[in-house]
Design a protein around this ligand. Sequence first.
Ligand code: NAP
Length: 269
Amino acid sequence: MLWRVNEVALITGASRGIGRGIALELARLGCDLVINYVSNLSAAQQTAVDCAACAQAKGRSIRSEVFCADIGKTEDRQRLIEFLKLIFGRLDLLVNNAGVAPDVRADVLDASEESFDRVLSINLKGPYFLTQLAARWMIEQSKTTVGSAEFKPKIITISSVSAYAASTNRGDYCLAKAALSMLTPLYAARLAEHGINVYEIRPGLIATDMTRAAKEKYDQLLADGLTPINRWGTPEDVGLAVSAIAQNLLPFSTGEVINVDGGFHIHRL
Ligand code: NAP
């Protein structure tokens, strides 16, 4: 059973970058969307407008709502789920995408606890507990009127190659992503009995605002042959991987890691 039009997806951090790329691909499928952001209302609104246009180009009509919530804050995560309950009354797909780089790239010998607390609360605690809220609600839905053989909720978490590749000037980011990679097996094992599949998408170098600060460094690494597929990744590359999962093309896979990294993870001699 492929994706049915007007299923509902929540994408955290969808105003810009990878989250925006995911929102656009889900809009093409005809999915209703909640576009979460934390500070950039105009970018979130622009994403919503562009999503509607993408859907329309496919002959579909979708509803896309923008919602401000700091994923690192307990009460904001609760408000976000309450908003979905009120406006859509269902959730078919959660995409944990929102994330931040450390404000300062500091060597592990100098890095601060303040940066650690900020990065861990947004990049790890936020998605872990948002997933808990969403999963509880998905289980409830599967037992009520929304639930049916066609209700196949899913959870996708956007991690990073930083889950295993050491960057000594952003240890907090690497630690958060390494721990985040355990979210998927934990929830996949727990939720399979409820028909909820859980996936990790692990992007490599993707051209967004986040990587702009280190663009020259990464341009040079790519020129030196960093990845077998020798180019920057795009938000669309990640969006297409999410789209494949959303369309139920991996029904017998859960707890799976999908590398969207141009082959960065391949050890070569
Ligand atoms: P980005 O361009 O900096 O965009 C970040 C998005 O997250 C924005 O929509 C931002 O909203 C939102 N956001 C930031 N803090 C938030 C918070 N506390 N609560 C809710 N939303 C928040 O970043 P990106 O490159 O697209 O990265 C997206 C995800 O992919 C992150 O988890 C990142 O770690 C991961 N990733 C990125 C790369 C890469 O090369 N770019 C590689 C691997 C993994 P506002 O617009 O309101 O600020």
